[in-house]
Ligand binder design. Structure first.
Ligand code: NAI
Length: 368
């Protein structure tokens, strides 16, 4: 009897432990373009995320191999691979977060806008499928809104135009929910943090302590730099005046840091010399942003990331800024905060380019 009760107690303990391990809700994440340079490491990183219960990998080619490979990793999620348009519906069924890194990357000498002709069509067809297979029945039944529509994380470039294309496609299909569409600009933030920490000579990934004026040690968190605007060249506007921890950098240093953040993608494209653009750092950034979306969906409070979303922060209909994520996607689009004169000037300079990219996306979606 003693043996039985102790094994029963052990069983109860295992059950309790089992409960604590699986207490995160079921969440299905789809990666569209999963066999690509970004897609593969992103699939790996999402397989490592304990918030994911089902991982759906879709591409027009080569997904079975990627899915078989990733599926052997002994983490929580069940992995399924789908190849070809006829299987896209199944890949999208019941999805909570759709990450889209499908499309061609830049080669040396190209701008992100040079990708428009190919990627706009890819994004449009994928978003048409998302509208069909992850419909926002919440439009008719508002109480079902949070469980019925996928959050879309757009990585495919030019993000400044592909996000407006997605919005137009969803509007036409009657499924648009502006709280659920995100342009992924996290890589700009990741770069800004790395470059800033290097210049300010602070450890980039450690929490740090500082003495306040009364010589008390205060906790300050990790290095952070908000990046606003858009995701191409001068539309990428890092706000180093709001960076933490504060460092006394000269105007020349801030200008150089701003330019390096704006040209970060080009730095990688040139170093890869024709073999593509950022894939590993982008997969990291994409995984970070998807994780933030999942945390928001799961009700974790105060999840804030920069993202390119429908916005009233400026007169432009889409703009990247800090966004608070919640159970329905965007909970609050946060304002810009105080800007330095240099940043105010950068903001005014970026607006015409960003406006043109938005209009180009909207026109494409409506003409094609
Ligand atoms: P890649 O060429 O290595 O991979 C793209 C993948 O998309 C390929 O596997 C291809 O088969 C797939 N694909 C093409 N058409 C498709 C369709 N209709 N449906 C599903 N999959 C499709 O390119 P990479 O390096 O992975 O880059 C992907 C995109 O991400 C590019 O547009 C690139 O410019 C963008 N990017 C965005 C960044 C950001 O910060 N938002 C940073 C770096 C790249």
């Amino acid at each position: 009897a003693i043996a039985r009760s102790s094994s029963a107690a052990a069983g109860a303990q295992i059950q309790r432990r089992g409960f604590s391990v699986t207490s995160a809700p079921e969440r299905k994440v789809a990666v569209l373009g999963a066999a690509g340079g970004i897609g593969q490491p992103l699939a790996l990183l999402m397989k490592l995320n304990p918030l994911v219960s089902h991982l759906s990998l879709y591409d027009i080619a080569a997904t079975p191999g990627v899915a078989a490979d990733v599926s052997h990793i002994n983490t929580r999620s069940e992995v399924k691979g789908y190849v070809g348009e006829e299987n896209l519906g199944q890949a999208l069924e019941g999805v909570d977060v759709v990450i889209i890194p499908a499309g061609v990357p830049r080669k040396p000498g190209m701008t992100r806008d040079d990708l428009f002709n190919i990627n706009a069509g890819i994004v449009k067809s994928l978003c048409t499928a998302i509208a069909k297979y992850c419909p926002n029945v919440g439009v008719a039944f508002p109480s079902l809104l949070s469980s019925s529509t996928a959050l879309v994380n757009m990585i495919s470039n030019p993000v400044n135009s592909t996000v407006p294309i997605a919005a137009e496609v969803f509007k036409k299909a009657g499924t648009y929910d502006e709280k659920k569409l995100f342009g992924v600009t996290t890589l700009d933030v990741v770069r800004a943090k790395t470059f800033y920490a290097g210049k300010a000579k602070v450890p980039v990934a450690e929490t740090y302590l500082r003495c306040n004026p009364t010589w008390r040690i205060v906790f300050c968190g990790e290095v952070n730099v908000p990046v606003v605007g858009g995701h191409a060249g001068i539309t990428i506007l890092p706000l180093f005046s709001q960076a933490t921890p504060q460092a006394n950098l000269s105007a020349e240093e801030i200008t150089a840091l701003t330019k390096r953040t704006q040209d970060g993608g080009t730095e990688v494209v040139e170093a890869k010399a024709g073999k593509g653009s950022a894939t590993l750092s982008m997969a990291y950034a994409g995984a970070l942003f998807a994780d933030a979306c999942l945390k928001g969906l799961n009700g974790v409070p105060d999840v804030v990331e920069c993202s390119y979303v429908q916005s009233t922060v400026t007169e432009l209909p889409f703009f990247a800024s800090k966004v608070r994520l919640g159970k329905n996607g965007v909970e609050e689009v946060l304002g810009l905060g105080p800007l330095s004169d240099y940043e105010k000037e950068g903001l005014e300079k970026l607006k015409p380019e960003l406006k043109a990219s938005i209009e180009k996306g909207i026109k494409f979606a409506n003409d094609n």
